[in-house]
Design a protein around this ligand. Structure first.
Ligand code: ACO
Length: 335
């Protein structure tokens, strides 16, 4: 059983925040942010906008391109670390799309590696589970968890949603192969947005008594990141995972038409491309306009590249995600 991508879509919040805007909130400048990251602006959710709304929009566009009716989807995977509902967002997308046959759906939490995890899960469900049409959405709203007084992190992130439809096909047409995925929990100290595991966040104290009345609500911390450590990790692990994925696919680096990395920092993207000896003309980047949109960055950049005619049918893309966990992984994809 093969599987291939048959459609993509993306959606963005309406509010745009430029580096100039940020320099009025924290001590920073457009020059510093652009030189260190390659980012000029980002979109963030505002007013009544929700993650589910933009994720649903992205999904609708992907289904339209794929010419797949909502009732023909048999699985929805919502890759997000910032769901509108702690119990999961995927069923809300299903409802928004108007799927009347109650397809299975669930969320995948793997931060900036979420979309690659979603692609791998879709491929496994199709190859081993008999699924036909799997909708994979990457969507995040990290603006909700950013400390807007911390200039080391608040300049990096934006909100967005992207989606693809993965469809079962003959093995000869297979377009999703060569997965390579990893995680290293010891790296959580470098990047996290955790809940403090102590009495202050548990409803009951160690004697079994309910603490206070009304009991205190638990809360997640803002994003805590040691930027230099994450930078080093990414520059080391991303080329390695792409090389491993290519080896598993039995393809040389020269067979890659496009390198599509999680959009975190232009310097990470450039360093990985240099290490892999992939020329800059083959590197997809839209970081300047949207910043780091976590699980959304790969499908958002793919959608823009496909709709602008940059990525053409039959071309091979090496995609890699990396981030909190720490997690990292790649997939070789034929568009
Ligand atoms: N504006 C101006 N100055 C700043 C800013 C800012 N926004 N932020 C930090 N600085 C200052 C620092 O205070 C420091 O000053 P000092 O030398 O006087 O102490 C100086 O600039 C250098 O700071 P560094 O943190 O060392 O800068 P660095 O070159 O490492 O760049 C950055 C920081 C951009 C965060 C970089 O480390 C990076 O991109 N790391 C990777 C982050 C990433 O990719 N995360 C992906 C995963 S996200 C996820 O999974 C959710």
């Amino acid at each position: 059983q093969g599987c291939k991508l048959v459609g993509c879509g993306s959606a963005l919040p309406s509010l745009q925040i430029t580096n100039e805007d940020l320099s009025k909130v924290v001590d920073t400048s457009d020059e510093w942010i652009y030189a260190r990251t390659g980012i000029r602006k980002r979109r963030v959710l505002s007013g009544e906008e929700s993650l589910t709304t933009i994720a649903g929009e992205a999904a609708k566009k992907a289904l339209e391109m794929a010419k797949v009716h909502p009732d023909d989807i048999d699985l929805i995977l919502m890759c997000t670390s910032t769901p509108d509902d702690l119990f999961g967002s995927a069923p809300q997308i299903q409802q928004q799309l108007g799927c009347t046959k109650n397809p299975w759906c669930y969320d995948i939490t793997a931060a900036c590696s979420g979309f690659v995890s979603g692609l791998l899960s879709a491929a496994c469900h199709i190859r081993g589970g008999g699924f036909q049409n799997v909708l994979v959405i990457g969507a995040d709203a990290l603006s909700r968890y950013v400390d807007w007084t911390d200039r080391g992190t608040c300049i990096l992130f934006g909100d967005a949603a992207g989606a693809v439809v993965v469809q079962a096909c003959n093995i000869e047409e297979d377009g999703l192969f060569g997965f390579d995925v990893h995680s290293d929990g010891s790296g959580v100290r470098h990047l996290n947005a955790g809940i403090k595991v102590d009495e202050s966040n548990n409803a009951f104290d160690s004697n079994g008594s309910l603490r206070g009345f009304p009991p205190k609500k638990s809360s997640y911390s803002c994003i805590q990141m040691k930027g230099k450590e994450v930078f080093r990790f990414a520059v080391r692990c991303v080329p390695q995972t792409i090389e491993s994925a290519l080896e598993k696919a039995g393809l040389p680096v020269s067979s890659i038409d496009w390198l599509l990395l999680h959009q975190a920092n232009q310097r990470i993207i450039d360093a990985a491309a240099t290490r892999l000896e992939i020329p800059s003309e083959k590197v997809i980047s839209n970081l300047a306009d949207y910043g780091n949109t976590s699980a959304a960055s790969i499908p958002l950049a793919l959608d823009e590249a496909v709709r602008s005619g940059m990525v053409k049918p039959g071309q091979t893309i090496a995609a890699a995600g990396f981030g909190a966990g720490l997690t990292w992984g790649s997939a070789i994809v034929r568009w």
